[in-house]
Design a protein around this ligand. Structure first.
Ligand code: AMP
Length: 140
């Protein structure tokens, strides 16, 4: 199993495809999932190539998890969420569809089930959510 530099998230990282960016640092990049299972559903990815958790380096995993934790706190504030669900899929049998390591961060709300997968979100709504998240980030 090797890394394909033409995967969608590699194109987003290169700026070849648009996304609703929320945050980046030297090692990681965060943007909104276009088919959010909950409001504020983010994807945290390393800036360097890794197909998934199985071939990622400990440094890549550590950097992603640190960003996952940071962005989880931001999402709790920005969306008045009461919990966070973290998801991460590896290989076809594990449910992976895009072959660049990513962690799903889903803000969760008491009594609200995640939406079914595969529902494309309105782009204006995603923009509003990304703006909200960045504002919460800036507010510290
Ligand atoms: P998985 O590999 O199973 O974690 O699924 C890939 C995830 O990436 C799904 O939740 C998709 O909605 C999401 N996705 C696919 N293409 C894009 C894109 N261009 N921008 C943001 N999210 C995407």
């Amino acid at each position: 199993m090797s890394y394909d530099p033409e995967n969608i998230f590699a194109k987003i990282l290169r700026g070849d495809l648009p996304c609703h960016k929320v945050y980046e640092d030297d090692e990681t990049f965060v943007f909104l999932d276009i088919m959010p299972r909950s409001d504020g559903h983010m994807l945290v990815i390393p800036k360097t190539p890794a197909r998934n958790m199985l071939d990622a380096s400990p440094a890549q995993l550590a950097a992603c998890l640190a960003t996952v934790q940071k962005m989880s706190h931001v999402a709790l504030r920005a969306f008045d969420a009461q919990g966070i669900t973290l998801q991460q899929f590896n290989e076809d049998a594990g449910g992976q569809e895009v072959y660049h390591l990513h962690f799903h961060v889903l803000p969760r709300y008491e009594g609200v089930s995640p939406r079914p997968p595969g529902q494309m979100a309105d782009q204006d709504l995603l923009k509003t959510h990304a703006d909200k998240m960045r504002a919460a980030l800036d507010a510290g």
